[in-house]
Design a protein around this ligand. Structure first.
Ligand code: SAM
Ligand code: SF4
Ligand code: F3S
Length: 435
């Protein structure tokens, strides 16, 4: 009998990538092998993202493409699954719009997928089963250097633009023991970097071995007790959950990297309020000040949405001024995309030309800041953990403590090695070093 092959595509955030890794692991246990060639696959899983309209629509064009590729195959030869946040948001509508889809499964129910496929009894599961999901997952390592670990699911913040509380459900923190068990498996495989994930990861409040609730600072210290884990990162954090204990850990735990992704979305209090982010620009700046006292070299990144309904020229100028003041080392920016089911969907959308102009102005400022930050390391020595091979012969790509991408050429295999490298060149997005 031929071995069955599974193809999984991720469309979304790091949590979505983590879920894709778990889906591959679940089917590996069922005897499947992983293929990167969609034409070869007996099982195709599209692990989707609903955050912006473009991401959500992409899945339908991919389904059309898959239908074409497989037009000579019978439906017994391959099964098509839509998983992830579009699956949760659209449910049965997906099969109505694209009958070629065999199964639909949400982000908190994908552990049920192997049985759904074996039994062919139900074709959709969009239950919120975050309480049981982690007990049924399989944790093989997806690579050899750095692993994502979801420690918290869902979100209770209900920012007015965002679909996540509806697609991933209510906030749920895994227990410390459960997380440790997963990380131990990666440690045994030689993984040296752990990236703790959650949509509000700094609101983590899992149960510890003593039955008491533990925070993220505690968890970071616990993970850092594992001698071969050398680097710890966490994302994404919400400003209102940036506790003093977490800020302190940045100064005391040497394995915690001096890099923090702390989205503010806008530099205007008016807009932040309309987004229901529950803090002000001043409060955010106070957090940064405290972080710098704790870890003076901390590098910051953020997310921004431009053209939120009601954003005036003055509001946008405030965002630009704010960015000039903070100086991010990297930041992601998006045009507001009205999402069905969210409160901001009903508000009057801003003219697309204005949104585009604002996005382009903000992105050129952010790019300039990133380039300046990268340039400041020329001729300096940095610690680099190498992760993967590059496009060219003998080329290796790694990361600095500030999460910058660094490449070099070397005869020796550098993967999963720490090296000190002298930075010889910088571009807007990466560094080149000599080891
Ligand atoms: N939980 C994180 C937070 O609170 O910042 C990130 C949530 S989301 C996965 C990642 C980013 O997508 C957000 O920070 C926001 O900038 C952007 N985003 C979310 N909804 C959006 C929308 N409707 N339109 C445009 N960008 C959006
Ligand atoms: Fe979305 Fe806000 Fe939750 Fe982040 S905190 S996932 S932006 S609702
Ligand atoms: Fe997208 Fe869902 Fe992540 S909507 S950004 S895949 S939580």
């Amino acid at each position: 009998m031929n071995t069955k092959k599974i193809f999984v595509k991720s469309y979304g955030c790091q949590m979505n990538v983590y879920d894709s890794n778990r889906i591959k692991d679940l089917f590996f246990e069922e005897g499947y092998v992983i293929t990167n060639d969609i034409k070869d696959a007996n099982l195709i899983v599209l692990n989707t993202c609903h955050i912006r309209e473009k991401a959500a629509e992409k899945v339908y064009s991919d389904i059309g493409r898959i239908k074409k590729i497989n037009k000579k195959k019978s439906k017994d030869d391959y099964k098509l699954v839509v998983a992830g946040c579009v699956a949760q948001a659209e449910g049965v509508e997906i099969q109505k719009r694209a009958p070629v889809v065999d199964f639909v499964v949400g982000p908190q129910a994908y552990h049920k997928l192997p049985n759904m496929i074996k039994n062919e009894d139900i074709s959709i599961n969009d239950d919120f089963l975050q309480n049981e999901k982690f007990n049924h997952l399989v944790y093989n390592s997806s690579n050899s250097v750095s692993e994502f670990v979801s420690i918290q699911e869902g979100c209770n913040k209900f920012c007015t633009f965002c679909v996540v509380p509806y697609t991933r459900g209510a906030e749920f923190s895994r227990s410390v023991e459960d997380i440790q068990k997963e990380i131990l498996k990666y440690k045994e495989k030689g993984i040296q970097e752990i990236i703790l994930l959650g949509q509000n990861v700094n609101a983590y409040h899992g149960i510890g071995a003593d039955g008491k609730t533990k925070d993220l600072a505690y968890l970071i210290n616990k993970v850092s007790e594992l001698d071969t884990i050398k680097r710890i990162r966490y994302m994404t954090s919400h400003p209102i959950d940036m506790s003093d204990s977490l800020i302190q850990v940045h100064g005391t735990n040497k394995k915690l990297m001096p890099f923090l992704h702390l989205p503010i979305q806008s530099g205007s209090d008016n807009v932040i309020k309309k987004m229901n982010r529950k803090h002000t620009v001043k409060q955010y700046l106070n957090i940064i000040e405290k972080l710098k006292l704790s870890r003076p070299d901390i590098a910051l990144s953020s997310d921004f949405i431009v053209g939120f309904p009601g954003e005036t020229d003055k509001d946008f100028e405030e965002t630009m001024k704010f960015v000039e003041e903070v100086k991010y080392v990297i930041a992601y920016s998006f045009m507001f995309s009205p999402r069905p089911g969210t409160p901001a969907f009903k508000l009057k959308d801003i003219d697309k030309k204005i949104k585009k102009a604002r996005l382009s102005a903000l992105q050129s400022l952010l790019k300039q800041q990133q380039a300046e930050f990268n340039k400041s390391f020329i001729d300096k020595e940095m610690d680099i953990l190498f992760e993967k091979i590059g496009r060219y012969k003998n080329q290796y790509i790694g990361r600095t403590i500030y999460n910058q991408s660094v490449f070099t050429k070397h005869k020796e295999n550098l993967i999963n090695k720490f090296k000190k490298g002298i930075i010889i060149k910088s571009t807007d997005f990466a560094l080149e070093c000599q080891v």
